[in-house]
Design a protein around this ligand. Structure first.
Ligand code: HEC
Ligand code: HEC
Length: 341
């Protein structure tokens, strides 16, 4: 590990493959409005991620600097990693279709694909994809702003970015304040088989079993137009190498698009074509395992998470208004339904 890192294990942040308890602190220098990412980020030479821990190779972690004008520090609660094979398998054309349908709508819902570049080195295992380093215009699916296109890319990114463990896909040590370019183990820390084994593990984690769903709540969820963004199923590609995930309607409750949710949820960071106010529709999976909600875990009930969709400029406004017109009983049923997903 190291020279700098955040935690020592994937499970520190994704315990039981679910959400948290670990978090990541993010830093950005923002304009006067308090959320637009400033063009000049040079006062954060070691990037946007706080990495408090360091190994003996370095003398310090990458901590938040004191007193920089316009510094915004936010947190990201680690999302669950189960069910991510379904997301990996969704057809590109399916995501593009939903994006086009939303562009025609008149109710304010208009998510877009975060088109991203493949920043890892190519994976010699080409069963899942053949992206070369620098391949562009890919559909981002993973990360809270959909900044990464594939599971293996995310695994290599997590090893490097969260734990300071380099791999053939991400061979460089993290730039750090101590200026060291190598950790205690010279060269690349883990081999590609380890990356691919962990990627396979993540791909094959099932969505937690959904028992009988509240039918009244399911109808209310559609009536309140939650399904515009939390699309109940997206179709997967027929040639996905894991047969159980191929050519099925993946019940992921997300459109995999990023949406402008307004200033109150903004975090000051642009990632690819996702901006400060934009977030990937949260996949509603394993909701009963969650104790808090939204990217930073700021609320502790599903009702409060729904209310947080209603910033003045949020794409979620029409849906929130529709939610408010439901009877109290339908609202309760809807919340019950979401908690069963
Ligand atoms: C310090 C906490 C932390 C550690 C350690 C960590 N993660 Fe994460 N993980 C996060 C956060 C925060 C996100 C959301 C990142 C983003 O928005 O880009 C995330 C996102 C993910 C995702 C994408 C999930 C989604 O919904 O898009 C995967 C897959 C993942 N992590 C796998 C791993 C693996 C594998 C490891 C170990 C090699 C690991 N993580 C270690 C915090 C962590
Ligand atoms: C315009 C698209 C959109 C609509 C419509 C929408 N959502 Fe969301 N939803 C999102 C986005 C984007 C997030 C992630 C926000 C964040 O993390 O800051 C989210 C997050 C959530 C979360 C938190 C999930 C988690 O893992 O923390 C819940 C619960 C939720 N939505 C339920 C609903 C319900 C119920 C409705 C209908 C009343 C609804 N949403 C309508 C886009 C939408």
């Amino acid at each position: 590990m190291g020279p700098v890192y955040i935690r020592q294990r994937c499970s520190s942040c994704h315990a039981d493959d679910a959400r948290g308890p670990g978090i990541v602190l993010k830093m950005s220098i923002v304009d006067d409005d308090g959320y637009t990412m400033a063009p000049d980020q040079s006062l954060l030479p070691f990037g946007h991620t706080v990495r408090p821990a360091h190994t003996s190779a370095a003398t310090m972690g990458t901590d938040r600097p004191d007193a920089i004008p316009g510094l915004l520090v936010t947190r990201r609660f680690a999302p669950a990693v189960f069910g991510r094979g379904y997301i990996d398998a969704v057809l590109d054309s399916e995501i593009e279709r939903v994006e086009m349908e939303q562009a025609m709508r008149t109710d304010g819902v208009s998510g877009h694909i975060n088109r991203v570049t493949f920043t890892s080195e190519a994976n010699p295992d080409t069963r899942f994809h053949q992206h070369a380093h620098g391949a562009s215009n890919l559909i981002g699916r993973f990360g809270l702003k959909a900044r990464i296109p594939t599971v293996d890319d995310f695994v290599a990114d997590a090893y490097q970015g969260d734990m300071g463990i380099t791999s053939p896909m991400r061979p460089s040590e993290l730039v750090n304040a101590a200026g060291v370019t190598e950790d205690a183990v010279p060269g690349i820390d883990i081999d590609i088989d380890t990356v691919n084994a962990v990627a396979d593990y993540v791909r094959m984690l099932e969505i937690p079993v959904r028992r009988t769903l509240n039918a009244q709540g399911q109808a209310a969820f559609a009536q309140a137009q939650c399904t515009s963004c939390h699309v109940p199923t997206m179709h997967t590609r027929a040639n996905y190498p894991i047969a159980l995930l191929a050519d099925i309607d993946a019940p992921i409750y997300t459109d995999l698009l990023v949406h402008d949710m307004g200033a109150t949820l903004a975090d000051g960071l642009d990632e690819g074509s996702s901006t400060s106010r934009e977030w990937r529709t949260a996949p509603l999976m394993g909701m009963r395992t969650q104790r808090n909600y939204l990217h930073d875990g700021r609320v502790s009930t599903i009702r409060a998470a729904i209310e947080a969709h209603g910033d003045v400029e949020s794409e979620g406004n029409a849906s929130l208004n529709a939610f408010h017109t439901l009877s109290a009983e339908d609202q309760e049923a809807l919340i019950e339904f979401v908690s069963q997903l």
